[in-house]
Write a protein that binds this ligand. Sequence first.
Ligand code: FAD
Ligand code: AMP
Length: 482
Amino acid sequence: MSNKYDVVVIGAGPAGYVAAIRCAQLGFKTACVEKWHDDKGNAVYGGTCLNVGCIPSKALLDSSHKYAEAHKDFITHGISADNVTMDVPAMIARKAKIVGQLTQGVKSLFSANKVEGIAGTGKLLAGKKVLVTKHDGTTEEISADNIILAAGSVPINIPPTPIDNDIIVDSTGALEFSSVPKRLGVIGAGVIGLELGSVWSRLGAEVTVLEAMDAFLPAVDTQIAKEAQKILTKQGLIIKLGAKVTGSKITGKGKSKSVTVSYTDANGPQEAVFDKLIVAVGRRPLTENLVDAGSGVELDKRGFVVVDDSCATAVPGVYAAGDIVRGPMLAHKGMEEGVMVAERIAGKKTQVNYSLVPFVIYTHPEIAWVGKTEQQLQQEGREYNIGTFPFSINGRAMAANDTDGMVKILADAKTDRVLGCHIIGPSAADLVQQIVIAMEFSASSEDIGLTMFSHPALSEAVHEAALAVNGHAVHMVNKRKR
Ligand code: FAD
Ligand code: AMP
């Protein structure tokens, strides 16, 4: 094989593998360098998302949700499920199987599309060359007309709680516990902390989440964040806000090992003892050793690759996408950037609409949103109308005994154009997508109100919230009528 390509992608996570496949579809001779490998040295594709992120966390969230339902909810349906037990190793093995199927799936897509996978660590050199260091230490230089950097991100470690992968773990270690810890500490009440905290709480751990900030989920619409805090607390999560972790000490041996965590809150220094501690304080771009100083690619102070709106770096023909560039660290954002870059290389004018990135927190109920929050609209001085509809009066949610939460839609007071949608409730991730599509087509809340929704369905709550914006929800008494 010649070592000259049309496109070389570094990293096969959602941004990189999608970019590589789209490049190959467009007729480019494409290679994708990936350092993740199995014990035989074969590349494993899918990145954080498939291996230790989105997919394994959702697998555990689904298993633990079923367990919690069997314990707490089946009885309301008349089903008695005494002696329901959880085999943690079996749950972890199921997760591993799903991960294996999906990473194999990417491998198959690579061969079907003729993307050449190269196992090794890539580094961008000057002149659009890539130095590949193989797992046996040998090196090879390849080059391409276009390079796409998609090296992704890794968990942030903080000095007070060094990861030992036994008692103190990061998000990756938290997907591998072999039993349910009795007392679990989670540092960080962000998306990952709440999702992983929920998994182990549902299985019986006493979970305490320590969050440095005073506000709970400050990026989320305040009304929805308050509702989320109430519901998660009711489920058993102990959420301590304004609690900044300052230190940790591991004591004991073998099974009696525990960690004493020091933190400060409004009342001064505090301590808490846990059997396991998950550090979930965010992620950082993985860009050290990714680009040679002479390559011309710039990193910002936090290590992100500097790119423009089209993911182009300052070096013609060199692009970067996914978690290593600005914007939310989300798989779907990276995938869309991967497609955009591939199509731009092919001369198309593809863009990513960064104002309509959907966000989801996969707790139960799910929390999902798109567009502006009420606070953002207030800060911008925009006039808006609000429509809300609770799941407690949605027929389908009642049938499923899954009635926590609401849909909230915000629309411009003059034009009625939908500006944001915020949902906490069953299947919120799928429901919010309806509004992402509506907003992509600049829909008004009236447009959504005039659309027919199947009955009975959870999405009727979206319909009714849209009707409520203009004061004429049908299955609810409106706060203001029109
Ligand atoms: P990555 O997925 O990190 O992939 C980068 C790849 O590049 C990796 O395979 C890495 O090995 C490889 N690589 C790095 N450096 C080199 C190099 N020099 N040479 C060769 N290869 C290299 N996002 C969502 O949208 N939804 C979710 O539900 C969700 N849940 C998550 C749950 C957890 C626990 C975690 C940790 C993350 C979650 N995320 C979720 C975030 C999501 O995983 C990331 O946003 C996404 O994986 C980023 O994609 P990426 O392609 O930019 O990078
Ligand atoms: P996210 O970036 O969404 O994954 O969230 C990480 C969370 O961890 C943020 O809300 C941070 O405020 C929080 N955090 C970071 N450092 C600490 C610390 N030392 N103690 C407690 N919380 C922290």
